[in-house]
Design a protein around this ligand. Sequence first.
Ligand SMILES: C[S@@+](CC[C@H](N)C(=O)[O-])C[C@H]1O[C@@H](n2cnc3c(N)ncnc32)[C@H](O)[C@@H]1O
Length: 306
Amino acid sequence: MYWLAKVTAYRILSALPGGAVLYRFIQERVTKSLVPASERVSQKIDVGLEYFCWLANHGLRERLIEGVHLDFGAGWHPTIPLLYYCLGVKRQHLLDVAANLDGQMLGQTIKAFLTVVTNPQWPHRAKLGRLPPQLENSNWREHLAAMAISYHAPYSDTFAALAGSVDVVTSTQVLLYVPRPVMPGLFSQVHASLKPGGVFMATVHLRDILAGNPHTSTDKYNHLKYSPELWERWFNSSIMSFNRFKAPDYREMLERAGFEVVHFEEEPATTEDYAELDRIEIHRCFQHYTREELAARGLFFVARKQ
Ligand SMILES: C[S@@+](CC[C@H](N)C(=O)[O-])C[C@H]1O[C@@H](n2cnc3c(N)ncnc32)[C@H](O)[C@@H]1O
């Protein structure tokens, strides 16, 4: 029920003139869901460190530090780019389909980020060679530029301008929103942006993002009940869309784009997840996946350009 109410609200907002602006207003003033709370920032720092550790363990630390990092789908809180600035990364490009970042979001994220990383209990302090300055009254784009970070939203010509120049592309909880027909072309653009030997690393929720709390919700497999036509017609909207790709689809599209998949880690379902899945009548368009593939909670992949 919660699931259907959420979908309906997104569809109504998408149909209204100025619906996207109204949605942002609701997020900022009513639900306060855009506030970069310390727990949220901490959790993203952990994801950034997970990418960093993977690179360090595979001899690619210097490649990130000395090279060019591109964060695809940067969102409202540039936590991972701030972390990489602190680790010494020389140049970063943030891309997003929508201009979600602004001065207020940047200022609040820097504050929350500094609170986390300057806490004497934070175990990684010694890894950071520098800290981001507070925004104060500076222009936010100039403030980012002073840290060698540029922001591109929308990003239509950016990939072409960066062709063959990027060392590491990261994308955190973005790919699940990219429309199905757009994804193969996007992976080709990411591939073309990388230098030979460069890597594309991403984390992706595979559970239904329209469901509530992943630990308590009983809606997370609802999306498996519907045909592609019904899903597109009634559930996706310009404000919220979910492509319903499963892990094998990501692998196949990465390989088709020319990548070598060097790490592919699915977060398995729990016993409760399987019990929930077993109560769902799965549409035939999903019947070629295994039970494990349908139930998997998330994916972390690293793909290399040869
Ligand atoms: C859940 S947020 C994640 C933001 C950030 N990566 C993080 O982890 O905090 C998803 C972001 O993906 C962006 N996004 C969705 N579809 C996209 C697309 N086709 N191309 C680029 N960005 C997209 C959204 O605008 C939003 O900023």
